[in-house]
Design a protein around this ligand. Structure first.
Ligand SMILES: [Zn+2]
Length: 175
């Protein structure tokens, strides 16, 4: 089961990433992938209204970058396909039984119910990395625990670092 590690940093802090591919761990990859809040997971479009997208560039091999992109595209495609199927084929059968004021919500409910398999799939195969931006901080989420702790260590000069919700203190004594 995919369990990811979340590193929280101040929004103003320019994050540095370990020089390894965030997907396969390849050292010194020659390319970067853009992570954008709102387009990484298919469901994050729900969070778009929190504010404008936050973008970071994360090291990755060219091939892994393409795979990530393809996966995002696939999730988006499936989402649109499900909405279309619900709207044109499923919804007409339900429509007459739903009171007018509730129709919008009923349709949304059917769409979400149809997307549950995709949601489960995303849960078990976590994205190698994703970002969620809040008003004054950013969550950097990594599927790899090692990558997350290396990332945290590289950003030790930030005003704060939280690893899975717990404040981290780095002692620079050993340096
Ligand atoms: Zn890679």
């Amino acid at each position: 089961m995919a369990v990811s590690t979340v590193v929280n940093l101040p929004k103003g802090h320019v994050a540095r990433f370990p020089d390894r591919c965030m997907v396969c761990g390849f050292v010194e990859p020659n390319s970067q992938s853009r992570l954008i809040t709102g387009t990484v997971g298919w469901w994050t479009w729900l969070t778009w209204w929190y504010g404008k997208p936050f973008v970071v560039k994360v090291p990755s091999c060219r091939r892994c970058g393409w795979l990530l992109q393809a996966r995002r595209g696939f999730g988006l495609l499936v989402t649109f396909a499900v909405i279309a199927v619900v709207y044109y084929w499923i919804w007409p059968f339900f429509k007459e039984f739903v009171p007018h004021g509730l129709r919008k919500w009923a349709m949304m409910g059917i769409v979400i119910a149809c997307l549950i398999p995709l949601f489960v799939l995303e849960f078990f195969f976590a994205q190698p990395a994703q970002v969620t931006a809040y008003a004054d901080s950013v969550d950097y989420e990594f599927a790899s625990y090692d990558y997350a702790t290396d990332f945290a260590a590289m950003n030790r000069d930030a005003a704060w670092i939280k690893l899975d919700g717990i404040f981290m203190a780095f002692r620079d004594v050993e340096e």
